[in-house]
Write a protein that binds this ligand. Structure first.
Ligand SMILES: [Fe+2]
Length: 302
């Protein structure tokens, strides 16, 4: 792993395969359970609760220690300047391999932290897609939730809805949600447009959750772990109303976004386990792009 402190970027070997990158395009998330060491989780909680003095590795240009104090009091984004947090949380080895697979080389580190502190017990939030999210094939950044403490269902872990990052969603799509209950030190890597909410909590305590984004700095290309027998024509991209978006995203990530065309119906990227020959429509040069602004309607059935 190479960390470029001056540019706040890193580079390392990718760890996801073709199938796993496609799985991220399909589901919109990857969960890394308990990957941040306990000592760092405890230190993060001490920092978030104001018991650990700040020790920034440097003062960003144009800022003062008063600025950092103001930022710490508001969002705790100053955590991003602590050496121990950079080394073990931001540059966590399991995480960096996943990010390198999805965002290419020389990945930009987060610049802002959202600290979600919840006094429990408490009611759930409404399901929502965050402000400023977009829908399109590009994966120019990914978002991470970090749980510094054990976050069982009773402590209201964030709920997410698999496959909901591809289009604007109606409120009832939350029926498909899952709780990201996970042990301390877990990282939930996800597409920022995913439908989500703070879960209902039923026990006494304080839940901390940190949210931040990692950034692409290079054009996309298929430089993750190539599977020799991976076949773009027969790969499973998802069900009705979804496969075209997922395939477009996977093509964009592969550096082939410009080559993507649809002819519709049963044609590729629709692939069914019961068909008796390869799908028509693969590598068409004439055709259509998915309509990424189309909202869900009555057709939301599976
Ligand atoms: Fe949110």
């Amino acid at each position: 792993m190479k960390y470029d402190k001056e540019n706040r970027t890193f580079d390392c070997a990718p760890t996801l395969t073709d199938s796993q990158v496609l799985e991220f395009c399909r589901s919109g998330y990857v969960i890394l359970e308990g990957v941040v060491p306990d000592e760092i989780n405890l230190r993060a909680i001490e920092y978030l609760e104001g018991r650990l003095p700040a020790n920034p590795s440097y003062i960003p240009e144009g800022m003062t220690t008063e600025d950092l104090e103001r930022i710490r009091n508001a969002t705790n984004s100053t955590l991003l300047l602590e050496d121990w947090f950079i080394e073990h949380a931001l540059l966590n080895p399991q995480l960096t391999g996943v990010l390198r697979s999805l965002l290419g080389r020389h990945i930009g580190l987060p610049i802002l932290v959202s600290h979600h502190r919840a006094q429990c017990p408490g009611p759930p939030q409404n399901w929502h897609q965050d402000h400023d999210c977009i829908f399109g094939p590009e994966v120019n950044f990914v978002e991470v939730f970090y749980y510094p403490q054990d976050t069982p269902v009773e402590l209201g872990p964030t709920g997410i809805v698999p496959e909901s990052h591809l289009r604007p969603q109606p409120w009832h799509a939350g029926d498909k949600g899952i709780a990201t209950a996970a042990p301390a030190g877990s990282l939930i890597v996800h597409h920022q447009s995913i439908l989500h909410r703070k879960g209902e909590s039923t026990i006494e305590g304080v839940r901390h959750m940190l949210k931040y984004n990692y950034w692409r700095t290079v054009p996309p290309k298929r430089d993750w772990i190539i599977e020799p027998d991976f076949d773009f024509q027969t790969a499973y991209y998802g069900g009705h109303q979804l496969s075209r978006y997922i395939a477009h995203m996977f093509y964009w990530l592969s550096g082939k976004g410009d080559e993507f065309r649809l002819i519709g119906g049963q044609a590729w990227p629709h692939v069914h386990s019961r068909q008796i020959a390869r799908s028509y429509g693969f590598e068409e040069t004439e055709g259509y792009l998915p309509n990424w602004t189309q909202t869900w309607g009555y057709e939301y059935t599976d």
